[in-house]
Design a protein. Structure first.
Length: 267
C-alpha cells in the first residue's frame, strides 16, 4: 500500500511538472514591443567578479542587452556566439568603444557570477565592453518585465523569446532585435542610428516580427543549421510512462494471483 501511494505521488508530480504554462509567442512579442520607448529603472546587479553594477552606469553610450541561462547547453551558447560574430562586424564599421553589451542570467540562483564567468569563458567572450551580470532572485521578475523579456519554465529548462534589446544613451529601450540569426547589419543599423543621432523607423509588421521569434525548447543542429524539436524530452516522458505501465501491470498480476489464491483456499 505504501509503495502504491509513492507511485501515485510520483505520477502526480510528473503530470504537474509537464503541465506547466505554455509559452505564448504572440503574448511574448506584445510584451516585448510594449516596452519600446520606456526608460529602464536603475537596477543593481553583480558582475562576474561579484561586484555590484548599476544599469545607469551604462548610460552615455548605446547598450545591447541579451538574456541567457547558463544551464542551457545548446541554444544559448549558439546565440551568444552568433551575437559575438555580429558585434565583431558592427565594430568594424562603427569603431571600438562606441557601445556596450551585457548578457543577464535570468535563472536565479543558478546563474551566479561564477556560473556566468564560466559561460563567458567557454564561449570565447573576452570583449572589454561586454559584461555578464547576475541579478538577485528578488528582482528577476521586475527586471525581465522592464525589458519585455518573457520566459516560461518547462521540464527541460525554459522556453523564452530570443531577443536583443537595444537601449539608447539615455537608458530608453530603442528597439528589439528578434531571432537567432544575428548579423552585423541587424545590430549595426540601430547602433549607427543612435550613434549618429539620426534614428530611422523600422517598418515591420507584427506578423513578420512574430515569424522571427524562436523558442528555446528547440535544439540547434549544427549540421543543418536549423532548429529541431528536442526529442530527448519525449524520450524522458516515454520512459516514465513505460515505468508507470510496468508498475501497474505488476500490481495487476499481483492482484490476480492473490484472488486466485483466495479462491483455491476457499476464503
Amino acid at each position: 500500500m505504501r509503495f502504491r501511494h509513492a507511485l501515485l505521488a510520483a505520477l502526480a508530480w510528473f503530470l504537474t511538472s509537464t503541465a506547466l504554462a505554455a509559452f505564448d509567442p504572440t503574448a511574448a512579442l506584445s510584451a516585448s514591443q510594449a516596452v519600446v520607448g520606456q526608460t529602464l529603472p536603475d537596477y543593481t546587479l553583480l558582475d562576474r567578479e561579484g561586484r555590484p553594477v548599476r544599469l545607469s552606469s551604462y548610460r552615455g553610450k548605446p547598450l545591447l542587452v541579451s538574456f541567457i541561462y547558463t544551464g542551457c547547453f545548446q541554444v544559448c551558447p549558439t546565440t551568444t556566439r552568433a551575437l559575438l560574430g555580429a558585434l565583431k562586424a558592427a565594430q568594424d564599421g562603427l569603431g571600438t568603444n562606441q557601445f556596450n553589451v551585457i548578457s543577464i542570467g535570468f535563472n536565479q540562483p543558478a546563474d551566479s557570477p561564477q556560473a556566468l564567468k564560466s559561460f563567458a569563458t567557454q564561449n570565447g567572450i573576452s570583449y572589454p565592453n561586454w559584461e555578464f551580470l547576475s541579478p538577485h532572485t528578488s528582482i528577476v521578475a521586475d527586471l525581465t518585465r522592464s525589458f519585455g523579456f518573457s520566459h516560461v519554465a518547462t521540464a527541460a529548462g525554459f522556453d523564452h523569446i530570443l531577443q536583443v534589446t537595444v537601449v539608447d544613451a539615455q537608458g530608453r529601450i530603442y528597439r528589439q532585435i528578434y531571432g537567432d540569426g544575428y548579423t552585423g547589419d541587424k545590430l549595426g543599423e540601430p547602433l549607427k542610428e543612435l550613434i549618429s543621432g539620426a534614428p530611422v523607423t523600422e517598418n515591420v509588421s507584427f506578423s513578420a516580427i512574430l515569424d522571427r521569434v524562436r523558442i528555446l525548447c528547440t535544439v540547434y543542429d549544427p549540421v543543418t543549421g536549423e532548429y529541431r524539436v528536442n526529442n530527448g524530452l519525449f524520450l524522458e516522458i516515454a520512459g516514465f510512462l513505460t515505468f508507470v505501465i510496468s508498475v501497474g501491470w505488476f500490481f495487476l498480476l499481483e492482484w490476480r494471483a492473490r484472488r486466485k489464491s483466495r479462491r483455491l483456499s476457499g476464503t
